[in-house]
Design a protein around this ligand. Structure first.
Ligand SMILES: N[C@@H](CCC(=O)N[C@@H](CS)C(=O)NCC(=O)O)C(=O)O
Length: 207
């Protein structure tokens, strides 16, 4: 059975959301980042980066939320979370996953780091304005790519939607405008999925 290492209100929600969508059994191991558990030797032995999420499947330990969500989709093809290998839809799926991690998420992370996440002496408040501008560029690309469609890829829900919608939720929690009605509607639709509500409850209730 998969072991998921996570902490509420972090990127591990993406992984638990994917597992809930796929209807797969898993064990959730809470790594309380705020209590320093990510830096404990036992966790560092599993994930030298000390971050969540991580997923263990027998001897395979994976990190990186996009890689883990893709692994889950590939391991359970009937979930529909990943298009089949070699298909044009798979290429498009990869495109949006990389976009989520490199283009959409990075300006948000820059904002978070310089607002609160970095130690105070490392923060450069002037970087925030540029990151807000970069985020607006990324949302324009996303809105254009999505157009009037319901999902990003193949006219159906995939793990690319998980990565992107979770990132948009993060933007909303930072009170950044998504700036496009199609994205607002997309975020509202995706973030209302019952599997996400189950994922959040699972993480909140873990001890
Ligand atoms: N690119 C990684 C980022 C993982 C990451 O930064 N996780 C944060 C929580 S959202 C974390 O564990 N931070 C703890 C730390 O940096 O020590 C992914 O998508 O999985």
């Amino acid at each position: 059975m998969f072991q998921v290492y996570g902490c509420p209100r972090t990127r591990s929600t993406r992984v638990v959301w994917a597992l809930e969508e796929a209807g797969v059994e898993y064990e959730y191991q809470k790594v309380d980042l705020f209590a320093g558990e990510g830096r404990q030797p036992a966790y560092l032995a599993l994930n030298p980066g000390g971050k969540v999420p991580a997923l263990a499947d027998d001897d395979l330990v994976l990190t990186e939320s996009a890689a883990i969500c893709t692994y889950i989709g590939d391991a359970f093809p009937t979930s529909g979370l990943t298009p089949s290998f070699g298909s044009p839809e798979r290429a498009r799926y990869n495109q949006w996953c990389f976009f989520a991690m490199c283009e959409l998420e990075q300006p948000l992370w820059t904002i978070a780091k310089h607002r609160f996440a970095l130690p105070e002496k490392r923060r450069v408040p002037d970087a925030i304005e540029t990151a807000v501008w970069e985020f607006a560029i990324a949302t324009k690309v996303l809105a254009t790519g999505l157009g009037g469609r319901e999902f990003l890829v193949a006219e159906r829900f995939t793990a690319a939607d998980i990565l992107v919608a979770h990132t948009l939720a993060w933007a909303q929690s930072f009170e950044l405008p998504l700036g496009h009605t199609v994205l607002e509607a997309y975020a509202e639709r995706l973030l209302a999925r019952p599997a996400l509500a189950r994922a959040k409850a699972q993480e909140q209730n873990a001890v």
